[in-house]
Design a protein around this ligand. Structure first.
Ligand code: NAD
Length: 242
């Protein structure tokens, strides 16, 4: 496989992942057939709607991102990336996902571009705390220090990208020689600009997706056509990390 050769000869390799890598863990993407937005109206994830109707937003947030996502386990694609990090092939994962499945699989350097479900932030005093299930019993949850409304620590529509993830991700794509782009449509701004930055800096772009995307005919050098689980397992075997 051409991609395995490219990975063996690249010095600094970074992975950039999207919702597609978690599909085989049972988490559908947002858009498209079978996507989350077929079942739920996305307006509850708008930051203004969250503040206007926290009880309603939190009911849906709980249902989707804690009850439903909480049952998901890493799949072979997450596991191969973690094994590549252990074997010294992979410097970092930049993920748009908020499900923490990279960390559950054993990856250590993970830049969560859109935050995650793992922490809650107090919208009044800024205190952050773990999203322990029992704290979410009464919705909307409130801060134990000041009583303010708690918000999941992921990016809502209308919010900016959190630091240090934005800076760390930007640095990582600027210094990598090879970017492994897995399971993203490349349509969500500003995350979708990261592969273009890597390409401008001379990185080889290896893209893995069952569908062609905006990257495929523009910046992709090697296209792995298929599902993340199968293709990453094959890659992991060729690299002898699994
Ligand atoms: P997207 O929904 O725009 O695109 C998903 C991509 O995954 C598509 O290109 C699709 O062809 C591909 N895909 C589908 N099945 C796949 C498989 N088995 N293996 C590999 N690829 C597969 O996702 P996006 O580009 O990540 O943007 C959506 C936004 O919503 C992002 O911020 C994303 O993180 C967020 N989101 C996160 C989760 C999660 O945390 N798991 C779930 C849904 C959406």
């Amino acid at each position: 496989m051409l991609a395995a050769d490219a990975i063996r000869s690249a010095e600094i390799i970074v992975a950039f992942t999207g919702a597609g890598i978690s599909v085989e863990s049972g988490i559908p993407p947002f858009r498209g057939a079978g996507g989350l937005w077929e079942r739920w109206d996305p307006s509850f994830l708008d930051i203004r709607s969250f503040y206007a109707q926290p009880q309603r937003s939190w009911q849906l947030i709980w249902e989707i991102f804690y009850d439903f996502f909480g049952k998901a386990k890493p799949n072979p694609a997450h596991e191969v990336l973690a094994a590549m990090e252990r074997a010294g092939f992979l410097h970092a994962v930049i993920t748009q996902n908020i499900d923490s499945l990279h960390q559950d699989a054993g990856s250590h350097v993970v830049h969560e571009y859109h935050g995650s479900c793992r922490l809650l932030t107090c919208t009044r005093c800024g205190r952050r705390e773990g999203s322990a299930i029992k704290r979410l019993g009464n919705l909307p949850p409130t801060c134990i220090a000041c009583g303010g409304l708690l918000k999941p620590d992921f990016v809502f529509f209308g919010e900016g990208i959190p630091e240090p993830a934005a800076t760390d991700a930007s640095r990582a794509v600027q210094r990598c020689n090879l970017l492994l782009v897995i399971g993203t449509s490349g349509e969500v701004m500003p995350a979708c600009s990261l592969p273009y930055v890597a390409k401008e800096r001379g990185a080889t772009i290896v893209e893995l997706n069952p569908e062609r995307t905006v990257y495929t005919d523009t910046i992709t050098d090697i296209f792995l056509h298929g599902s993340a689980g199968a293709m990453m397992t094959e890659l992991g075997e060729l690299l002898e990390v699994v």
